[in-house]
Design a protein around this ligand. Structure first.
Ligand SMILES: [Zn+2]
Length: 249
């Protein structure tokens, strides 16, 4: 374990520790997942309380504490994401993204590519020109590609036939023809949308209000990312808004 960390980080989540402390789980640019003990963070006067809110993009100066924990020497905001924080829909999109990052096994080596993806997706959620609905789904597909697990969507993943493709099965890794079908039925609209997302047309997809097939694409992306990490994820399926504390000052 490294003694000191001076790095950029995004706060994935925080949780209670003892009477007045919190642990913040960070994804750092160069050191992967890091846990930070924030002493007295739950007291209302704590300045660090605001800086280590979930979804904060910060620069941190950390020193090793007990066990696997670090303590903060200095925390500074890099981005405050005001557009994201002004909308429950956008905040929930942000939560869906950091929950998936948090699902990456802790013992994985640091991956700067994941950090760059994370920063880019948070920037997209914070961009008022983009409709947030499909941002988590497109992020999940990008993450799968990054991990070398991009789903097959151009032919049948089982027999290689060009189609028509009528189903998607995350377990077998992509689309299926009528003869091989399993998993979820997929519409032509949803298939086109996934191909656009994976094929470099994401920016224009995100400018469209309620793109045809969007609901299906979200379900497929969630299935695929859960399959990839081998676990159920809560927030990605949450329908009710998640309330954020308002202490981001
Ligand atoms: Zn087939």
């Amino acid at each position: 374990m490294i003694k000191e960390i001076d790095d950029d980080a995004v706060v994935l989540r925080t949780y209670k520790s003892g009477e007045s402390d919190r642990i913040a789980v960070l994804w750092t640019r160069k050191h992967g997942k890091v846990r930070v003990l924030a002493k007295g963070i739950r007291k209302s006067t704590s300045r660090l309380g605001g800086n280590l809110e979930p979804l904060a993009y910060v620069h941190v100066d950390l020193v090793k504490s007990r066990g696997e924990l670090y303590i903060t020497r200095h925390v500074q905001h890099r981005e405050r994401y005001p557009v994201m924080r002004s909308s429950y829909e956008r905040i929930n999109a942000g939560y869906a993204v950091v929950e998936v990052i948090d699902a990456i096994p802790s013992d994985d080596v640091a991956d700067e590519g994941i950090f760059e993806l994370l920063i880019r997706v948070l920037g997209s959620i914070d961009d008022e020109h983009f409709v947030p609905d499909l941002i988590p789904a497109s992020f999940f597909f990008k993450l799968l590609s990054h991990d070398g697990s991009e789903p097959v969507v151009d032919n049948c993943v089982n027999c290689g036939s060009a189609g028509p493709l009528v189903a998607f099965n995350a377990q077998v890794g992509g689309t299926l023809c009528a003869n091989c079908r399993s998993g979820h039925a997929i519409s032509h609209d949803a298939l086109v949308l996934i191909r656009r997302i994976l094929g470099g047309d994401l920016a224009s997809v995100l400018r469209e209000q309620s793109a045809p097939g969007a609901g299906e694409v979200m379900t497929i992306a969630h299935d695929a990312i859960e399959q990839h990490f081998g676990k159920r994820l809560k927030v990605t399926r949450a329908s009710a808004p998640i309330t954020l504390s308002s202490s981001d000052q």
